[in-house]
Each structure stands twice: as C-alpha cells, then as structure tokens.
Design a protein around this ligand. Structure first.
Ligand SMILES: Nc1ncnc2c1ncn2[C@@H]1O[C@H](COP(=O)(O)OP(=O)(O)OP(=O)(O)O)[C@@H](O)[C@H]1O
Ligand SMILES: [Mg+2]
Length: 446
C-alpha cells in the first residue's frame, strides 16, 4: 500500500544522505587541494634548503659519495625524502636509499611513479647539482580522506536526528486524517451529517468536502428512496384491498350473471395491480442511482416506428388513429430499452386520455441540431398551470380520474427520470392545432 509518510521519509532522508555524501566529498577535495598547496610549499622549501646546503660547498664534484643512511624501518607515509645529485646525475645522498627517484634537470614539481607508488617531487636545479624533496601522494590522499571521514559521522547523526523528528512531525501532521477516519468509522449507515472541516488541515479539506458532498447526495437519494417506498406501499394497499373485496363478493354471489361481472372486475383489478407494480419497478430502475447509463448509438426513428407498431393494436381497440412520422434516421446516443419505456409511457398516455376518434402522432427528427422525439394527440390536453405537477410521482390529473381508472400517476415521472439520464429535456405544450397535448423530448447535440 502506498503511504505518504513512507514516501516523504524515503525522499527526504535519501536527499539528506546524498547531501551528507556530497559534503564529505567536497571536504575531501577541498582538503586535498589545501594540503597540496601547503605540502608543495614545504617540499619546495626543503628542496631549496638542501640545495643551498649542497651548494654551500659541503660536497664537491669527484668526492666520494656521502655515507647513505641504512634504512630498514617501515617508512612513514608522510615522510619527506631528500636527495642530492651532482649536475651529471650521480646520486650523492638520499635520506632513504630504498626509494629510487629518477634524476631530473627540470626545476619544479613532478609526479613520478616509483615501484608502484606515486611520488610528488620538488627538484631544485643549481649549476652545482640537483636537490630534491619528495613525498608520497598517497599520504596526502589519506590525510584528506581522514578529514572527510571525520565530518561524515556527525552528518549521519544529523540525518538520523532529522529522520526521527520527521517521523514525529509526520505522525502529528497526519493525525487529523486518523481523526477523520475514526469519525467516519463511528457513524452508522443512517448518519450522513457532514464531517467538520474546522480543525482539518488545508490539505485534507478538499477530500473532506468531497466526502461531505457525496454524503449529501447519498442523503438526498436515501430520503427519496424512503419516500418512494412509503408511497409504493401506500399505493399498493388500495388495489390489494380492492382485490380482497372483489374476492369476497365473488365468494358470496350465487347468481351466475353477477358472478361473471365480479370475475371481470377481479380480472381488471389484477391487471391494474400488475401495471402498478410494473410502473413502480420502472420508477425504481429509472431514478438516478449514481450509475452511468449504458449509452450506445441508436436510431430514434427506428425506435419510434417499432414502438408505434407495437401499440397499434391497442390504438385500434380504442378507436384511435396512431401514426408514426419517422422515415429519416435520427442518430442519437442512448439506452435503447429505457428509451423504449419512455416512448411506451408517452404513447400509452396519449391513447388513454384521447377520446375515441382522436389522432395520435409520434415523430422523430432533428431540431437545431438536436435529436427530438414528439408525441402529440388531440385529446383534452393538460391546462398549462397543471403541467409541472404531472411529473410528480403518483400525481394524476383531473381529466385522468374521470376518463380512466387504471393509472398510477407514475408514467411522466418515469419519462422525466429516463430523459434526465440522457441529459434530455421534457416539454409539455399545446400542439399548433390548439387542442391536445404534445410532449417533446429534446436530446443533447451529439
Ligand atoms: N396525453 C395526455 N393528455 C391529457 N392528459 C395527460 C396526457 N398525458 C398525461 N396526462 C395527465 O398527466 C397525468 C400524469 O400522467 P402519468 O403518465 O404520469 O400518470 P398516469 O397516466 O395517470 O398513470 P400511469 O402512466 O402511471 O399508468 C395523468 O393522470 C393525466 O392527467
Ligand atoms: Mg401514464
């Protein structure tokens, strides 16, 4: 699992450790540079001193070589070895005869390699001879390394100290996150009040705010669901009570004709209940539930033709002229089964509320670049002032009650919910003929 704490620790401690290494490296280089300067000066002074001594006539050409010291000790790394030569390159003296430094007639510093060891040599060339002072380069590197090594432990200590402080600071800094998590964990499914952002650090306020937003939406959805369930239970109670009464009536009647009539009543009662349950299920399915609708490209004209064909028998039975005007394809994005339900509800309404002999026209087309479905009838229509309320669940119009008993007042609520899922608008208006109702569903521009 990714952890902010761990990521921060790794990066900061990594950067600090790298910094410590860099400091040590710089110390090493600077010390070496410094040492070179100092020791080069020393070598020069020693060589000059030896040269002056030599020149002062302590040793003459042709004289027997000076006695060389016999060295069997382990040489000190920092030791300065001095040599004197005659002008022709005959070694006169060496403070450590084991070191075979080459003869040179070039004044100044050189870095010969002798027996695998690098030396730094200052040669002082005079007419009488050459004096040299030499030192091992390794000794300088070693001393610089020692200096750098000395700064390293305190730096590592510092890194560890900062690490410890960081762990502590991060724990303190991230405490509000734990507190918010505990706050949420303590809640029951029903408690959706907002988490306070009062003492939350600025970094987590956006997160808390979006959780609060989600909880608010959940709260609205919960309330809607609860209300719907209450409504549904209430609405179902009426037809079931009616069914029970009709059953009792049927049981009591002995007369054959009356029995037939009671049976027919019972049948339509069952039909009504079935339709109610279907509509309730449709509402539950169409409501926004946070899930995205499965949109796919489809042809609204084909959908209109299919739905009109499917309902033509019903229209004929009601003595209505149902027609489709959808010859040109109207491409749109949508969820086909749901749009079928939407159309079915609109055509169903038109058929139900338009008196026999009426005309119902269903069409699909494009207006201002937007796909549109229209369902128009020449029935009684809905008074303008009542139109908005017809979208409420279980709300039925005045005309509806008088014209038809079977209706639950859910059709337009379903239509609206499905349209909203498609980001389409629903409009109720009076057709140009001035009579009836026209419902227009306008989809967003593709
Ligand atoms: N084409 C129409 N002409 C006249 N009134 C209509 C028309 N369509 C709907 N209405 C009015 O709008 C009300 C609500 O319609 P809606 O489709 O939501 O419910 P319903 O038809 O009564 O019941 P349901 O469709 O659930 O069986 C209806 O009761 C009716 O009064
Ligand atoms: Mg309806």
């Amino acid at each position: 699992m990714r952890s902010i704490r761990r990521t921060l620790l790794i990066w900061i401690l990594g950067a600090l450790s790298l910094g410590a290494l860099l400091v040590a490296l710089v110390t090493y280089l600077v010390t070496l540079e410094e040492m070179n300067e100092v020791f080069d000066g020393d070598l020069r002074n020693v060589a000059e001193a030896v040269a002056s001594y030599h020149h002062a006539g302590h040793h003459e050409e042709g004289e027997a070589p000076l006695e060389q010291p016999v060295r069997t000790d382990v040489p000190d790394e920092t030791e300065i070895v001095t040599l004197t030569w005659t002008a022709r390159g005959q070694r006169v003296y060496s403070s450590d005869p084991r070191v075979n430094l080459p003869f040179t007639t070039i004044e100044g510093l050189s870095r010969p390699v002798v027996a695998g060891e690098e030396w730094i040599v200052y040669s002082s060339v005079r007419p009488a001879g050459v004096a040299q002072a030499a030192q091992r380069v390794a000794s300088r590197k070693e001393m610089a390394g020692e200096s750098a090594g000395k700064v390293f432990p305190p730096l590592i200590g510092l890194v560890l100290l900062i690490g410890a402080l960081l762990v502590f600071a991060l724990r303190r800094g991230l405490q509000p996150l734990d507190a918010a998590a505990r706050d949420i964990a303590r809640r029951s499914a029903g408690s959706l009040e907002a988490i306070t952002t009062d003492d939350a650090p600025a970094e987590i306020v956006p997160l808390v705010n979006s959780i609060n937003g989600l909880m608010q939406r959940l709260g609205i959805a919960f309330t809607a669901q609860r209300r719907f369930l209450a409504d549904a239970a209430h609405e179902l109670r009426t037809p079931i009570t009616a069914l029970r009464l009709q059953l009792q009536l049927l049981e009591r009647t002995t007369d054959d004709g009356e029995r037939q009539r009671a049976l027919a009543e019972l049948h339509s009662g069952v039909d009504r209940s079935q339709r109610l349950v279907q509509q309730l299920l449709q509402v539950a399915r169409s409501e926004q539930d946070g899930e995205a609708t499965k949109m796919a490209p489809l042809d609204l004209a084909a959908l209109v033709r299919a739905q009109v064909a499917a309902m033509s028998v019903k229209a004929e039975q009601s003595g209505l002229d149902l027609g489709a005007d959808a010859l040109v394809p109207v491409p749109a994005m949508g969820d086909e089964p749901r749009l079928g339900v939407l159309l079915e509800n609109l055509i169903e309404n038109a058929l139900r509320y338009t008196p026999a002999g009426g005309i119902v026209d269903v069409s699909a087309g494009i207006e201002d670049g937007r796909p549109v479905i229209r369902v128009a009838d020449n029935g009684p229509g809905i008074p303008e002032a009542d139109r908005e309320r017809m979208f409420e669940r279980f709300h039925r119009g005045e005309t509806a009650q008088s014209q038809s008993r079977d209706g639950s007042g859910l059709g337009l609520a379903i239509v609206k919910a499905i349209a909203e899922r498609h980001r389409a608008t629903v409009e109720l208006r009076t057709p140009v003929s001035g009579r009836g109702l026209e419902v227009r569903i306008r989809f967003p521009r593709p």
